[in-house]
Every structure is written in structure tokens, then in C-alpha cells.
Design a protein around this ligand. Structure first.
Ligand code: SAM
Length: 254
């Protein structure tokens, strides 16, 4: 029994929901609250700073004339702030169900322009068709019910709205091995080194066991792309990041 399963209610590989959504949400929120103080440092350390490039690539896909950008599962605000810095969007909402993570954005440059919202992606406190774009960086993997989260995103997006999701997806050997080449050893490192570094540097081994555990139990990019199409998104694309360690999947509503 892995630390991941002891700590967080996980999902069967490829399942849309976890067994107990309420418990899962509580545990995920508590875990991010615990690591909120070291989150940014650990992110940059564990990804060799690639996370910054990955977020820039998400932002580069946002329409030039987009207005309201909702960054869901915003954490410490880096993706929303990156959009702001790049001049994509005019208003930025950083929404997350963990206030401790959102607090981490406050000292960052431009943060005073962010609208912070304590919000659960399973039931968003925003009006129908109220935003032009939704970005989610390493968030959907944590959803207790991925379909419910997608339905909420579709509800708040305006017609023609963009969804851009950056994520660590489950390997898809049937799909030709998306994580071929160096991605395989790197993902092996994620499974072994990350929990150790998490324990030593982040002082929370369980939280950093959750990352590879949830990655292996999530959806593949093909499964996730199919979900976007099922929810009405067109022009669904997948963009490999750094040899397929992470992927950007996106689409647009009609
Ligand atoms: C791995 S962090 C990603 C933070 C940020 N997007 C980034 O790129 O660094 C995942 C974030 O998702 C949030 N989260 C997870 N499930 C959520 C949910 N159901 N509703 C809102 N936020 C959620 C967590 O609190 C955490 O801050």
C-alpha cells in the first residue's frame, strides 16, 4: 500500500471520479495547505525550472484579445501572473479551494491586479458564460470528479471561449508511448526522487508521493482530449512539453 493511498483517496487509473469525493477534496486541500510555504521553491527545483517555460507556453496560446481569464486551481498565482505579464487578458481571476496557496501569490509582482477567489472547481461561484478563457495548471488531476469539473468550466466559459490545461497525464502505451525517450527515465525519477526530496527539502514526503501517484492514476492525454470533445470543445490539441513529461491540452467552445 503506497503512501499516496494512505494519505489521499485516489482513483482507479483512467476513472473519471474518485471513490469518496468529499474526503478526497478535504485531503487534497489540507495537503496543499501544508506545503503552500515551500510549493514554489519545490516546483522550480523538481522541474529544473521547466515549469516556468510550460506556463509561458500555455499563456502564448491565449487569444490576444481575450478579456477575462479564469485561472482555476491557481495555487500561488504563477499562471495568472504569467498571462498578465504577457499582456494576455485584461482581468485575471485566480481561483483555488486552498486559501493558503492563494496567500502565496500576494507578495508577487502584479498580484494586486489579481482577483483572488476561494472556489472549488466542482462548484464554481461564477455566473454562466462570464469568462473568455480558463487555464488550469496541474489542477485537473486533483479533481474528485473530472466530468463535474469540466461541466463547470463549460458553464462559466463564454461561447468561443478557450480552455488550456497543463498537466502530468498517465502514460498511454496504446497511444504509441507518449512518454517515450527521456520522458520515461524522468518520470521514473518523479516516482523515486520526488518523494525523497519532498521529505528532505519540502519536509512532506506524503505530499510529494501524491504527485507521481496521482499522475499514474489519472487519465491519458487521449482520454482527456476525448473528454474535451465530449463537452463540446473543438480544435482539441495536445502539445508535448519537455519530451512529454507534461502536456498542454486545449480546445475552444463553438
Ligand atoms: C499542483 S497545484 C498547481 C498550482 C498552479 N496552478 C501551478 O501551476 O503551480 C494544484 C492546485 O489545485 C488546487 N485544487 C485542487 N483541487 C481543487 C478543486 N477541486 N478546486 C479548486 N482548487 C483545487 C490545489 O489547492 C492547488 O493549489
Amino acid at each position: 500500500m503506497s503512501g499516496f493511498r494512505e494519505e489521499i483517496h485516489g482513483r482507479e487509473a483512467g476513472a473519471w471520479t474518485v471513490r469518496d469525493g468529499a474526503t478526497h477534496g478535504r485531503e487534497v486541500r489540507a495537503m496543499f495547505a501544508r506545503i503552500s510555504g515551500v510549493y514554489d521553491f519545490m516546483n522550480h527545483l523538481l522541474s529544473f525550472n521547466r515549469d516556468r517555460t510550460w506556463r509561458r507556453r500555455v499563456v502564448a496560446r491565449l487569444d490576444h484579445d481575450t478579456w477575462e481569464v479564469l485561472d482555476l486551481c491557481a495555487g500561488t498565482g504563477d499562471l495568472a501572473l504569467e498571462a498578465m505579464k504577457a499582456g494576455r487578458g485584461r482581468a485575471w481571476i485566480a481561483a483555488d479551494f486552498c486559501p493558503e496557496m492563494l496567500e502565496g501569490s500576494r507578495s508577487k509582482r502584479g498580484a494586486e491586479q489579481l482577483r483572488l477567489a476561494a472556489a472549488d472547481a466542482m462548484s464554481l461561484p461564477f455566473k454562466n458564460h462570464s469568462v473568455d478563457a480558463v487555464t488550469v495548471g496541474f489542477g485537473v488531476r486533483n479533481f474528485a470528479d473530472v466530468r463535474a469539473g469540466m461541466a463547470e468550466i463549460v458553464r462559466v466559459l463564454r461561447p468561443g471561449g478557450q480552455l488550456l490545461v497543463l498537466e502530468f497525464f498517465r502514460d498511454d502505451p496504446a497511444g504509441g508511448g507518449e512518454h517515450r525517450g527521456v520522458a520515461r527515465p524522468v518520470r521514473w525519477l518523479l516516482r523515486t526522487v520526488v518523494p525523497t526530496l519532498g521529505r528532505l527539502v519540502g519536509r512532506d514526503g506524503a505530499a510529494y508521493t501524491y504527485l507521481p501517484g496521482s499522475m499514474d492514476e489519472f487519465l491519458t492525454t487521449s482520454e482527456f482530449s476525448a473528454l474535451l470533445a465530449e463537452h463540446g470543445f473543438g480544435g482539441v490539441f495536445t502539445e508535448r512539453q519537455t519530451f512529454g513529461i507534461a502536456h498542454l491540452v486545449g480546445g475552444r467552445l463553438p
